[in-house]
Design a protein around this ligand. Sequence first.
Ligand SMILES: C[S@@+](CC[C@H](N)C(=O)[O-])C[C@H]1O[C@@H](n2cnc3c(N)ncnc32)[C@H](O)[C@@H]1O
Length: 233
Amino acid sequence: MSDARLDPPLSMPTYAVRAPLARWLGAEAARAGADLGPYRLLDVGCGEMPYLTLFQPHVREVVGMDTWDNPRASLRGVIESIPADDASFDVVLCAQVLEHVDDPAQGIRELARVTRPGGRVLLSTHGAMVYHPNPVDLWRWTGAGLDRLFRTNGDWGSVTVSAGSGTASSLAMLNAIYLEHVLRRTPLRVVRGPIVGLLNRAARALDRRVAQLRDERPGTIAANYHVVAERAA
Ligand SMILES: C[S@@+](CC[C@H](N)C(=O)[O-])C[C@H]1O[C@@H](n2cnc3c(N)ncnc32)[C@H](O)[C@@H]1O
């Protein structure tokens, strides 16, 4: 499971979310190390901590938090009320959690509270995705909406929101999810991997070629967003 998250194959229906997310987190983990030195990391809604190996070379401590009795988490709580002191972490990771929380605005204020001045939050969440309760699935964003959510909650020095993948890749992902479901029930199940792989490869090539498919503008769609929010020093 963890390896597929770190190096997702093109045959994975959610490639358009997983591959850019792993690439972005690897780059941000290293950039935080270069900027801040060995850092104290909080992973909010840590789940299986699939990205731990990306951060390990750059951290002095990793603290996981989850809402349930997760063996990976030393803190138990919700993002809306994080059981940690003010400014107690250099970097806070919150990957694919925000769509599941009751009160995203309060969650963002809490991320700001526990991040030290000069530190940063790395957050990812969905733009367009199928409904996936875990145990609930409540929200979707646009890039502009996520930017506003951060800027109106918490004292941030800078906020940068970027789409994880372009319009063609995001549409390919949504189609691939259903295609996979259908093919799995037919004799074509043995070729569903190559078919999804072909779809993802073609969409990725199209997004690379056509700039209008990549940036947020009227008519575009993004499966996932990446946010870097820095606290002023
Ligand atoms: C889709 S999983 C993501 C897990 C992990 N961050 C990852 O990237 O694989 C969502 C996680 O958010 C946690 N979660 C759900 N609601 C939460 C809340 N209100 N506060 C903090 N974590 C929450 C779930 O328990 C689960 O571990």
